[in-house]
Design a protein around this ligand. Structure first.
Ligand code: DGJ
Length: 712
């Protein structure tokens, strides 16, 4: 394997190499970092031979294309969307590059330094190469090297990434809203600028901070789920963000991504450094969207998730069963039922604290409600532990109800503007986590809560976006910083809690999947993907979620029917199979389940435990996407070395007499024989790939099945 980073000093060309990809750039004669290549591997000599784009004649009306630079700046003859835009104290906006050396703190990290020839600004482009997973991380650091006057940073993206010139480009991304997150969209990319963004202060339900691009030309058509080359980027940031695509008529495409949305600025003080979060870039040369997803999952599992090798337990959550009306008695009853089913982690959701009888009061007062827990939470924690389960607790540390002791004592702790009403959403306001005292308070309450009650697991929720995002008495008068400092403190409270309690596991939740991104995945153990627990809707949400994020983090519960969100009544088995294709949980009111349902649930949980190592840690193949209700959708998981595989198939509305075609399995050893653990039947890998597996779906509505094959 060649070096991760190679350098040709004569041409100032850099080549970054991973197992399957190459990335090249050059600092040109004016000191501008120029993009050369992102795609398949090259040798250094080949990278050196690449011409810089746009060196030929161009008319006086054409600026430098964004796709030509490693970070598009505002200044000179550039008319595309700037990834870096600053304003110096005298009003000058144009930024000029001047190369100022490089560092390689380790063999896989490259820092390219630039100094402005006149103003006191040092810009560093950071590159971290992950040779084994094909990911290249990029970020930007801006340092005010002067002694006077702030520099106003109007936009600081982490990086600009450029694709090779192609005739056509297509964008895959995920949009959504509450209870309908991660809806995958795949559409031709229009010419001009396309902006994906969140202005909510969080990653958001509405858009995911990643983009997947494929390209077509006369030589090669579009990628699909199984074949073709694909480029992608994901931003590791849990606040507002912006991802700007710029496609020009001369077939160039650039993508810039960074924290903060339009109009959020950073005033850089003398001596200060502003470091952007990393954007992760991943190109896969073959294998299409499925191959790209597996590459993302492999990277996130290997480099990002804490305890990635741990198998997530089967969880019970009380929310849909008891809502806010939790008591020691009803939770103990649910816990007893859950334990009997084989549940391993019992989580009490909202309602256990302060004056929280509904969503009008109590948020911020993190002491147990004595009317429901007269002796505190310890008796419930002890009971759950006695039943052999881990004990989990819901919290929403960033929020406060105006009707709370905390708000009465600290009305200045919320985001607000002095002359504006404080917009309440779900009767709550956002605590200003950018304030060090607020973050400190949250950490001390949580760490005490965990220690005093023997809490094994926290579900950290956040149920509204920002509004009136001000901090009027911010000591430095630079209120916009709260958009960044809020997120940094959210991350650091999570980091501190994990350090305080190494056995503590954390679920990320924001009204379902409103805050999931690689930075959240680095600090939590699983994600509550959506408040929509309808088993059919969930298949669509899971299809979008798994484009980038691994199954090992994708929590799903089996809840009651009719479903609380959709009113749909889907049989228990289908509901289980849908949830079993992720990290299985149960969220129904078990005290009302019939004995036959409890028995079936117990059996399905046992079946899940027998296959979950494959589901949670295996490679995912999305064999047939969820689409119309009369087609089979199917996913498959394969362990390393193709030793075991699990497939799920769902058919909501079979057509009378028409049997679905056999399911052709992927990723298996063609010469090996596989035994079906349920029927004992033996199948050659080649036969499963060529002819496929008869799914034996019952010919009734909401048919579903799970197949587990082990190599003999
Ligand atoms: C939103 C979450 O997504 C739900 O699961 C539940 O925890 C509620 N909040 C509680 O208020």
């Amino acid at each position: 394997m060649p070096a991760a980073i190679a350098h040709d000093p004569a041409t100032r060309t850099w080549l970054l190499t991973t197992r399957r990809t190459g990335y090249a750039l050059r600092i040109d004669e004016r000191g501008v970092p120029r993009h050369l290549h992102w795609g398949g591997p090259l040798t250094l000599a080949q990278a050196v031979s690449l011409p810089l784009a746009g060196t030929k004649w161009r008319s006086s009306f054409e600026g430098l294309a964004a796709a030509e630079e490693e970070l598009t700046v505002d200044g000179g003859n550039r008319y595309g969307p700037p990834a870096l835009r600053v304003r110096f104290a005298d009003g000058t906006r144009a930024l000029t590059w001047q190369a100022d050396g490089h560092e390689q703190p380790d063999p896989a990290t490259l820092l390219l330094h630039f100094t402005d020839p006149h103003y006191p600004l040092r810009t560093t482009l950071g590159y971290r190469v992950h040779p084994d997973t094909d990911v290249i991380e990029r970020w930007t650091a801006l340092t005010h090297t002067g002694k006077a006057d702030d520099i106003l940073v109007l936009r600081a993206d982490s990086a600009t990434l450029s694709l090779p010139p192609r005739d056509h480009y297509r964008l895959s991304h995920a949009v959504g809203l509450w209870a309908a997150e991660t809806q995958l969209k795949r559409e031709p990319l229009p010419f001009g600028e396309t902006v994906l963004t969140s202005r909510t202060g969080t990653t958001s339900h509405q858009a995911q901070p990643w983009a997947i691009l494929d390209a077509g030309d006369a030589n090669e058509g579009w990628a699909d789920e199984t074949q073709g080359q694909v480029w992608s980027a994901a931003l590791a940031w849990s606040g507002s963000w912006q991802l700007t695509l710029h496609r020009t008529p001369d077939n160039r495409l650039s993508l810039s991504a960074g924290a903060g949305h339009d109009a959020v600025t950073v005033a850089l003080r003398p001596g200060e450094t502003h470091t952007t979060p990393p954007v992760l870039a991943l190109y896969t040369p073959a294998g299409g969207f499925g191959g790209l997803s597996r590459a993302w999952h492999a990277h996130l599992r290997a480099k990002v998730l804490p305890h990635a090798d741990e198998t997530r337990p089967v969880l019970y959550n009380s929310w849909e069963a008891t809502g806010f009306s939790v008591t020691l008695e009803n939770q103990s009853r649910l816990a007893a039922h859950a334990a009997a089913l084989g549940v391993e982690l019992f989580v009490m959701d909202d309602g256990w604290f302060g004056a929280r009888r509904d969503d009008h009061a109590g948020l911020g007062d993190w002491a147990p409600y004595p009317g429901a827990f007269p002796a505190g939470l310890r008796p419930l924690a002890d009971e759950v532990h006695r039943l052999g389960m881990a004990f989990g607790l819901w919290v929403e540390p960033e929020m406060v109800n105006p009707d709370s002791d905390l708000y009465r004592a600290r009305p200045d702790w919320v985001l607000h503007f002095p002359h504006r009403a404080r917009t309440e959403l779900r009767n709550q306001l956002v605590l200003n986590f950018a304030r060090p005292d607020v973050a400190e308070w949250a950490h001390s309450r949580l760490t005490r809560l965990v220690a005093e009650n023997d809490v094994d697991y926290l579900k950290w929720d956040m149920n509204r976006p920002f509004s009136e995002a001000g901090w009027p008495d911010e000591p430095s008068g630079r209120g916009d910083r709260l958009w960044f400092d809020y997120v940094r403190n959210y991350h650091s409270v999570l980091d501190r809690l994990r350090a305080d309690h190494p056995r503590l596991r954390i679920e990320a939740c924001s009204g379902g999947g409103g805050r999931v991104d690689p930075a959240v995945l680095a600090r939590t153990d699983q994600v509550w993907v959506s408040d929509n627990t309808d088993a059919a809707d969930r298949l669509v949400i899971q299809q979008g979620y798994t484009q980038v994020y691994p199954v090992r983090t994708m929590a799903a519960w089996v809840t009651d029917v009719p479903n609380q969100q959709t009113g749909r009544s889907i049989p228990l088995r289908f509901r289980f199979h849908s949830a079993m294709s992720g990290v299985l949980g149960v969220g129904g009111d078990l005290t009302r389940w019939q004995p036959a349902e409890l028995k079936e649930a117990e059996q399905l949980i046992a079946e899940y435990k027998a296959v979950r190592h494959v589901v949670q840690h295996g490679d995912l193949f999305r064999l047939r996407p969820p689409g119309d209700l009369q087609s089979v959708s199917a996913v498959q998981y394969v362990t390393p070395e193709a030793a075991e595989t699990v497939a799920f198939g769902w058919l909501p509305q079979p057509r009378f007499g028409l049997r679905p075609a056999p399911l052709r399995l992927a990723g298996l050893d063609r010469d090996a024989r596989y035994r079906d653990t349920r029927t004992g039947e033996l199948h050659y890998g080649a036969a499963l790939a060529e002819r496929g597996l008869d799914l034996q779906l019952p010919s009734e509505d909401w048919a579903s099945t799970m197949v587990h094959l082990i190599r003999t």
